[in-house]
Design a protein around this ligand. Structure first.
Ligand code: NAD
Ligand code: MG
Length: 391
């Protein structure tokens, strides 16, 4: 049990960028939090360091190969060590006031869904789980009476200015995008882009997968699908706007002409602090925006020709049913292949498009009506995509 006023918290993906930002906030107010579970895929040394510092009930390493290292380091501390995929998912059932879903990719779907089924509060950073299985995820949220608080900066911004009592008076939601490192590059230049160049995000410091997604603009496409599941509007009411300064994160336009926005420095500790304290306001050490120093905020329309991944995501949302699941799985495989220098930068979108076409031809794009169906379509698509890349 937690002391009065204390919040019990599990951090999934504790060793990643979101996990690190979350734990930084915990570290600044240690009396406010009691850690339940912390998890990682394979960064065992980092997980041990986190466990020894934050003293959670349990530390879980998904990759079994690291179990002995973890168990040895935690022996005698009173912190349980566990490993494997089943243990990871099981840890999401441990009672906690809030679960931070900071795993990257569709691998985060089952733990996040299990946390939702506990009926508590979920800080949702893992956007892929909504792209992979948004309808059934949100149905489960409603059934369990869970509360999803959007961590993704754009969605957190929209959440802050979204008037739920006047949804009928909302015209549209706009998510901003920095445009990534290739915002001004030609297609010919992008064709030659190396992982090291794509990994240099102009404004945000994040994990590798989302950083590549930001360079292709797939990230903004995934985020439009994420927003569609988080906010009760039609697909056509969500737009993206390139805004290289990343000062404004999201906007909501109302029928009276008001355009409400949330601004802040590009530091995930601000949206994370918002989620950790909601409905109250917390504190975060993020830099304060100096608008006079910024002086100019600029905006551009997204360019579908140079960023075909963005167009593919919008088409998948429009196509509906299994298309977003296929889009997400194919993209995860293609991004991985690009990072391993097995395909070129523009091949990421090319591969995703080919996977969507192949899935459509094989009749795979039916709505995944259950978790099992979504996971099955996800894994079928991964195999299909590897096959396409090998051809
Ligand atoms: P990251 O790569 O830095 O960290 C990922 C974490 O998940 C690590 O702890 C890793 O060990 C764990 N993990 C990875 N694969 C796993 C698997 N198969 N099983 C179990 N654990 C696994 O990623 P990140 O940048 O922190 O992003 C996490 C999620 O948050 C992503 O969905 C991303 O889109 C979203 N997000 C991140 C940011 C950001 O600023 N980093 C912003 C918005 C949204
Ligand atoms: Mg975002």
């Amino acid at each position: 049990p937690s002391a009065a006023g204390q919040m019990s918290l599990s951090v999934f993906g504790a060793t990643g960028s979101i996990g690190t930002s979350t734990l930084d906030l915990v570290d600044r107010a240690p009396d406010r939090y009691r850690l339940v579970a912390v998890t990682a895929q394979s960064s065992v040394d980092k997980l041990i360091e986190i466990a020894l510092k934050f003293r959670p009930e349990r530390a879980v390493i998904a990759d079994d190969a690291h179990y002995a290292t973890l168990a040895d380091a935690l022996a005698g501390t009173g912190i349980e060590a566990a490993s494997g995929r089943a243990a990871l998912i099981e840890a999401a059932t441990m009672p906690a006031d809030m679960v931070m879903a900071g795993i990257t990719g569709a691998a985060g779907l089952e733990p996040a869904l299990r946390a939702v089924q506990g009926g508590g509060r979920i800080g949702l950073a893992n956007k892929e789980c909504l792209v992979c299985a948004g309808s059934l995820f949100m149905a489960e949220v409603a059934r369990a009476g869970a509360r999803v608080l959007p961590v993704d900066s754009e969605h957190n911004a929209v959440f802050q200015v979204f008037d739920r009592e006047n949804v009928g008076r909302i015209e549209k939601v706009i998510l901003t995008a920095s445009g990534g490192p290739f915002r001004t590059w030609t297609r010919a230049e992008m064709e030659q882009a190396k992982p090291s160049q794509a990994l240099k995000h102009p404004n945000w410091s994040m994990g590798a997968k989302i950083t590549i997604d930001s360079a292709t603009l797939m990230n903004k496409g995934l985020e439009i699908i994420e927003a569609f599941h988080l906010f009760p509007l039609e697909a056509h009411q969500f737009e993206a706007l390139i805004h290289p300064q990343s000062a404004i994160h999201g906007l909501v336009q109302y029928e009276d002409g008001s355009l409400l926005a949330q601004l802040g420095a590009p530091d995930m500790r601000t949206p994370i602090a918002h989620c950790l304290s909601w409905p109250e306001r917390g504190t975060a050490p993020s830099a304060r925006l100096d608008l006079a120093a910024l002086a100019t905020l600029t905006f551009e329309k997204p360019d579908f020709d140079r960023f075909p991944a963005f167009a593919l995501a919008l088409a998948a949302l429009k196509r509906g049913e299994g298309a977003p699941t296929v889009l997400n799985a194919a993209n995860e495989i293609a991004v991985h292949a690009f990072l391993a220098e097995r395909i070129g930068f523009l091949d990421i979108a090319g591969t995703v498009e080919a996977a969507l076409d192949a899935a459509e031809k094989r009749g795979l794009l039916k709505e995944p009506g259950s978790l099992e169906a979504a996971l099955e379509l996800d894994s079928e698509t991964r195999a299909l995509t590897r096959h396409i890349m090998a051809a």
